[in-house]
Design a protein around this ligand. Structure first.
Ligand code: SAJ
Length: 439
């Protein structure tokens, strides 16, 4: 089994299939195609398949190099997309990059997309294929979910008839191609042989370390690194609340804290969004057995989930000071993506803020230069607003002339959740300014 696939990987004749062409699957598919492999991507929506086959990039945020690379590898016939899983029959390597959210209530993994992809793949799996899960999954999932479904649907045996690998992605919007090329990767094989084969494959696109390990280690590393980031952000957010409480400026404090050795206090802000940090801590602890008590993981989630609601409170306080009830207010929200300069609005903190403000009776208008639903000019959105709430640090907002904006709104009240502006700058332009972490 090994001889054939290794040779095909080394001479780049291995057929690579990527299941899921989103922020994870599309860039990695393009990079393997650029490296010379024949690549087919599978996506459920026929529209997006047609877009890709016309060489048009469905990801709209600022993604340096991705649109050009996609257009090139499609025009060179190195990469195409389809909805048809039968292409897996000819594949030597299949990468799985589908969404793995958690249930919003139970916080347990929701593997609907993963199970669907595994079942479709299993029905089209050929002996000798290497299956690599790039999606972030709860520790234990390769053994408990991935292996059984593939064995049941294919009638083949893992580690004997096909290889299983967990090589978690480390992509970030705005740096999709760069992160794949330059970030080290953990390559978790269900057998050492599988790990070595995957290292041989990724060596063609990853210029950084490829660290072989077992599947459980890879699953733990990925979910833990994101839970670690969540805890670091939660600390920064709690310190912001403390600075507000004591009348200090968290940004000044943070700057000076980070001057002491080995400190790297993260950025406090309006909340933690995206498909990764808000859910990966729940994946991390999902399969822990009785006797393990995840106190810090829970606390961090609670603090970070609370920040958009804290932004609501700051907004209500600012309005009250000018005698306006939230139910009578028109609120202008700047930013709906979860990250600056991205069109990705998954688990966006703005969604929580907007829902709560509307629940309280406020009229809410939303602007975002990248999220298609909320595009358009700022000048069209903000007239008549009693308060402007900044939720995302898009470059476009950093460039806003606050004096010009001032004349368009009904009341010059600015609540800044991302330190886009400084107190001095805002006050000099005649705004009543309040920012997260600034008491
Ligand atoms: N955020 C803060 N303060 C900070 C950093 C981030 O409030 O100091 C907020 C952001 O505004 C955003 C959220 O947290 O709403 C997540 O931001 P992020 O920079 O972590 O971006 P992601 O979720 O796209 O990327 C993370 C990264 N993980 C780590 O850095 C450990 C990335 O490397 C992963 O590849 C990605 O998750 C993933 O796909 O798992």
């Amino acid at each position: 089994m090994k001889g054939d696939i290794l040779a095909a990987i080394e001479n780049k004749t291995a057929n690579v299939v990527v299941l899921g062409l989103g922020y994870v699957g599309l860039p990695v598919a393009c990079l393997f195609a650029e490296a010379g492999f024949p690549v087919v991507g599978i996506r459920r929506s026929q529209d997006k398949v047609e877009l890709v086959n016309r060489g048009i990039c469905p990801i709209e945020g600022k993604e340096p190099g991705l649109a050009d690379l996609l257009a090139r590898v499609v025009s060179e016939g190195q990469f195409r997309a389809t909805v048809d899983y039968e292409v897996c029959r000819e594949a030597q390597a299949v990468l799985i990059a589908v969404e793995t959210p958690v249930d919003p209530v139970t916080k347990k993994p929701d593997y609907q997309a993963l199970r669907g992809a595994l079942t479709n793949l299993g029905n089209n799996l050929s002996p000798g294929t290497m299956v690599i899960v790039e999606s972030t999954i709860a520790p234990g999932t390769m053994e408990r979910v991935v292996k059984p479904i593939l064995e049941e649907t294919s009638g083949l045996r893992a580690n004997e008839d096909f290889y299983l690998v967990n090589c978690p992605e480390r992509v970030m919007p705005g740096k999709l191609l760069r992160n794949i090329r330059e970030c080290a990767r953990v390559v978790g094989g269900m057998t050492p042989e599988a790990a070595q084969l995957a290292v041989a494959l990724y060596r063609h696109v990853v210029q950084a370390d490829l660290d072989p390990a077992d599947c459980l280690t890879a699953e733990l590393v990925k979910t833990m690194e994101n839970a670690y980031r969540d805890v670091q952000i939660a600390f920064a957010n709690e310190m912001a609340l403390l600075c507000e409480n004591m009348g200090a400026d968290v940004w000044q404090v943070r700057e000076l804290v980070n001057k002491s050795p080995y400190r790297a206090m993260h950025l406090p802000g309006a909340g933690v969004g995206g498909h990764c940090i808000p859910k990966d801590p729940w994946l991390l602890i999902a399969n822990a057995s009785d006797g393990f008590e995840p106190r810090l993981t829970h606390a961090a989630r609670a603090i970070n989930d609370g920040m958009p609601l804290h932004m609501v409170n700051l907004t209500i306080e600012a309005l009250q000071e000018v005698g306006v009830g939230v139910a009578d207010a028109k609120v202008g929200v700047l930013g709906y993506a979860y990250q600056e300069n991205s069109d990705d609005a998954r688990n966006s903190p703005s969604e929580v803020l907007v829902a709560r403000l509307r629940e309280l009776g406020a009229e809410v208008v939303i602007h975002d230069p990248w999220v298609p639903e909320y595009r358009g000019s700022l000048e069209e959105r903000v007239p008549g607003c009693d308060v402007i709430v900044v939720m995302v640090a898009h470059d476009v907002y950093r460039a806003v002339d606050l004096s010009e904006l001032r004349v368009q709104v009904a009341r010059p009240i600015l609540v800044d959740g991302r330190h886009v502006f400084s107190t001095e700058q805002a006050r000099a332009a005649g705004w009543d300014y309040r920012g997260v972490g600034q008491g």
